[in-house]
Design a protein around this ligand. Structure first.
Ligand code: PMP
Length: 322
């Protein structure tokens, strides 16, 4: 789709994957007016193709557009277009266990202009790529570095939406964590470095004394679709889920008392990623003996069974591509 101020969004089309031609002065190159989404199409054992809560991605895309001064999209139309695209490209949805077709919708500001202001023209593209299983075999716990110096987001900023600059700003901390032998960064709040926010491209959950805690959506955390699904599943199983402000110090205290039973991240890519170690200011917390916890495993299977059509979809989360 293209957008020009006079015409609105127009000219939907499907084309082979190819390079884009953009003016070197296109606003996206200079001021980062760029937004995106990520979702997957799954192949069931009997050959059908399912999307998982795609309407949530479309809603979130529009929320992001609003914050980034990009003209809103007709959500029904985008959802319909997405379904038609996947229908046409159905053969690209792989069928080996754990694989899927990754779908990356994104919008960039294309107007050539060197001053700072919202663009008057945009391109909305969707690229597709088959992806392998995130994990070879079972879920393996990751090591997480709690970042104290750099921050990802503050309230009033853009941390709660999916705009490219958030990810650019996180690269240096991610590099530092990797150099220290960690897989990912756990961000703290930007004001006090006291409260837990989220991990790289996942939301975070803590199981303490049988209850599950996750940071509440506070204006600087992304509203993850997997996060929302995990909360619904846990509640359905009768587990107490607390969406609260969580101080990292309280996590450490729970750990020292032997009450920190499980930690896991949630996101479209990994689904559920168990955390085996958290390092906060050189306090190393080894979680659940570096083993995949009971909730992590159960949630992983519950979600992937719905996504791959192996379990009854009682929440109505999947959309079948006809
Ligand atoms: N937080 C961030 C910063 C992310 O990029 C993602 C991935 N979209 C998530 C959380 C998880 O969101 P979802 O479950 O919708 O993939």
């Amino acid at each position: 789709l293209d957008y020009e101020k006079e015409k609105g969004w127009h000219s939907p089309r499907i084309a082979p994957y190819q390079p884009l031609t953009l003016d070197p002065s296109a606003l996206v190159f200079h001021y980062g007016q760029s937004v995106f989404e990520g979702l997957k199409a799954y192949r069931t054992e009997d050959g059908r193709v399912l999307l998982f809560r795609p309407e949530k991605n479309v809603q979130r895309l529009n929320n992001t557009c609003k914050r980034m001064c990009i003209p809103p999209l007709d959500e029904e139309l985008v959802l319909e277009g997405l379904q038609q695209l996947i229908e046409i490209e159905k053969d690209w949805v792989p069928d080996q266990e754990g694989t899927s077709l990754y779908i990356r919708p994104f919008i960039i500001a294309t107007e050539p202009y060197l001053g700072v202001r919202p663009s008057n023209s945009y391109k909305f593209l969707i690229i597709l790529s088959p992806v392998g299983a995130y994990y070879a075999g079972q879920l393996s716990p990751v090591k997480i570095y709690v970042e104290n110096d750099y921050v990802r987001a503050i309230k009033g900023g853009v941390g709660h939406v999916k705009t490219s600059g958030n990810y650019a700003a996180s690269l240096l901390a991610q590099k530092k964590a990797e150099e220290l032998g960690y897989d990912q960064v756990l961000w703290l709040d930007g004001r006090e470095r006291k409260y837990v926010e989220e991990v790289g491209s996942m939301n975070i959950f803590f199981k303490i004394n049988g209850e599950v805690f996750t940071p509440k959506l506070n204006g600087s955390i992304l509203s993850g679709i997997t996060r929302d699904s995990v909360i619904e599943l846990l509640k359905d199983w009768g587990v107490t889920v607390r969406e609260e402000r969580i101080a990292i110090e309280d996590i450490y205290t729970a750990y020292t008392k032997g009450e920190l039973e499980e930690v896991f991240g949630t996101g479209t890519a990994a689904v559920i990623s168990p955390v085996g170690e958290l390092n906060w200011n050189n306090h190393k917390m080894i979680v659940n003996n570096f083993e995949t916890g009971e909730f992590s495993l159960k949630l992983y299977h519950a979600i992937t069974n719905i996504q791959y059509g192996k379990a009854h979809d009682k929440f109505g989360w999947t959309v079948e591509i006809k």
